[in-house]
Structures are given as C-alpha cells and as structure tokens.
Design a protein around this ligand. Sequence first.
Ligand SMILES: *Cc1c(COP(=O)(O)O)cnc(C)c1O
Length: 359
Amino acid sequence: MKRIYNFSAGPSMLPLPVLEKAQKELLDYRNTGMSVMEMSHRSGAFEEIISEAEALLRELMSIPDNYKVLFVQGGASLQFSMVPLNLFRNKKADYIHTGSWSKKAIAEAKKYGDVSVVASSEDKKFTYIPDVHRALLNQDADYVHITTNNTIEGTVFAELPDTGHLPLVADMSSDILSKHYDVSKAGVIYAGAQKNIGPAGLTVVIIREDLIGHADPTCPVMLDYSTHAANDSLYNTPPTYSIYMAKLVFEWLKELGGVPAIEEINRSKAKLLYDFLDESKLFASPISPESRSLMNIPFTTPSSELDAAFLKGAKERGLETLKGHRSVGGMRASIYNAMPTEGVQKLVEYMQEFERNNR
Ligand SMILES: *Cc1c(COP(=O)(O)O)cnc(C)c1O
C-alpha cells in the first residue's frame, strides 16, 4: 500500500486509524449486514452515530448547553449566505477582512444588508491579522464576522476578539479542533468538514440558541437554522457517511487526549517548519510572526524556477500538494490535525537538502 504525505489545503489527510476503522466497518457495520452508506438516516444505528458525533464534538470543544450543534450541507460557502439570512434584523453587520474567504463572505452578506468592513489587512496583502477592538464596532450591527484561520494566506487570530454584546460569527473551517477556543465567546461558529473534521459534504454549525428563529419568512426552509435545530439535523437526509466519518475522527481525537493534546502537537509541528524558514537563506515565510497559522504555512523561494524544481523533487519524495494557492504563489504546506509529525520532519529535511543544493 502506498500512502503519501498530502499537504493539501482541503480535502486533506484523514488519520490512518480512522480510515482503517472505516475500512473494517465498510461492508457490515456492527452486524447490521450493511454499510453506513446504505443505511436509512432514520434507523436506530444511524441515530446512534449522529448523536454520538454530536456528543463527542460537544465534549471536545466544551460546547455550552445553550448552543445547538447542526450538521448541514452546502459547505462553509453556504454559511456565507445563511449567516446574514438568519442573523440580520437591523440588516447591518461588521466584517473583518483578512483574505480570500472573508472577501467571499462579505460579498454575499452585502446582498442582504449594510456591511461595514471595520478592519482589514489588505494593505499588506493579508500577511497579518489586524487589531480588532470594541471601539471599531458599530453598536447597532447584528453581528461581527471573522475568519479565524485564513487558509489561503496562512494567518490566524491569536484569540477570538472581544465584541461585547455583539454576536461574534466565526468561520473556523480550517482550524476548528486544532487549538483551544472558548465557544461561549462566539454566537455562531461554522466549519466545512474537509479540513479538520472529515470528508467533504458536511458542514458543522455551532450556534447560540437565542440567535435561531429570526429568519425572514421568505428564507428557504433549508437555509433556516431553525429547521435544522428543530429536527436534530434530520429534517431531510443529512450527509450520513460524512457524519459517520466525523464521528470516527472525533473518537480518534478524544483518544489522543482531545484538543489540548492536539494543540501541543500542532504547535510543535508548526514550529519545526517556522524555525527552519526563519533560519533559511533560500526559503522565507511572508507572514508576520505574531499572526502565523498553525495549519497553513505558505513559503517562498526567490524564483518561480526554484519553486518548480522544489515541487518536482517533493513529489518524488512522497510530499505532495505543496503548490501555493494561485492567488499567493510559492508553496503552502497545510498541516492539519491528521498530518503526522513525521510528514513535517520529512518536509523540513527535504527543504534543507534543497537549500544545500541550490545556493
Ligand atoms: C475551505 C474554506 C471555505 C470554503 O469551504 P467550502 O466547504 O468549500 O464551501 C471557507 N472558509 C474557509 C476559512 C475555508 O478554509
């Protein structure tokens, strides 16, 4: 069997023990004589899977009881629409602009109301996280939106900003479960599954109960949070297999020691790469040190010829999908929870070798 180190930004690596467990249960899930893929979402076996998945996520993130956990479809991108459709009352919102994903979220919200970009890092090509303090915020805004980890640019908020009484809405697609977040500081957290949770097709929404039930009557039923909240995410057929896989990932993470354990691993994994980048005379990190992501690490060489040679050699060594996003160029290593430390060690060893041969 061939397994590579896949540095893809998403869909991305899944933990090997999770894939092995899924393989073992693929044809006959716990003596039901069928695969989870073939199972009714109303069956007892599936109801157990979805409720265990929710319970595990609640435990891993210490989600307070006054928050609902919703398993929906449409990706994080559909949340760019669902958030304004459900949260607008004054039809005003504040957005922090930190990169390509916040740009899309802003464009979508503008269709439904007044959007103020109250802080932005566009002046320096999104290589840092701007300061967000209460004085910047419009007190009649319905919410304040941030992208906690900027997958494409490689920045992360050091902590969730204090928005006072205004609900904070956080797109956590690329760093949910990677480090500690105090859920009670946010009104809504959402994340597409395909980075740190499981396969594509599932989107997790964590929402404070008082924010549910205010959508306009013309809001499509599937886009109204109250539909999913009132039906335990079983209003229609949910992405059953992705929910099952997410449950296996949550079990794996819990066994590992939960979020505190993975955070320590993630910090040391990222440090390996950043320490090398800071020493290197060939490679560089464009990101301001205090805003550096633990999950997505862009880096550059002095020329596109060296980039191409680097990527070619990387692939030969089983280090794949390291090409940077077309909007940024260079390289990007996405090292989510499931990327083993050895993958990062192998990458750094290859970078050292490449530097010796190209100076
Ligand atoms: C990947 C990503 C998205 C888009 O997710 P989809 O599930 O493909 O819609 C949105 N925001 C962030 C921060 C992401 O990393």
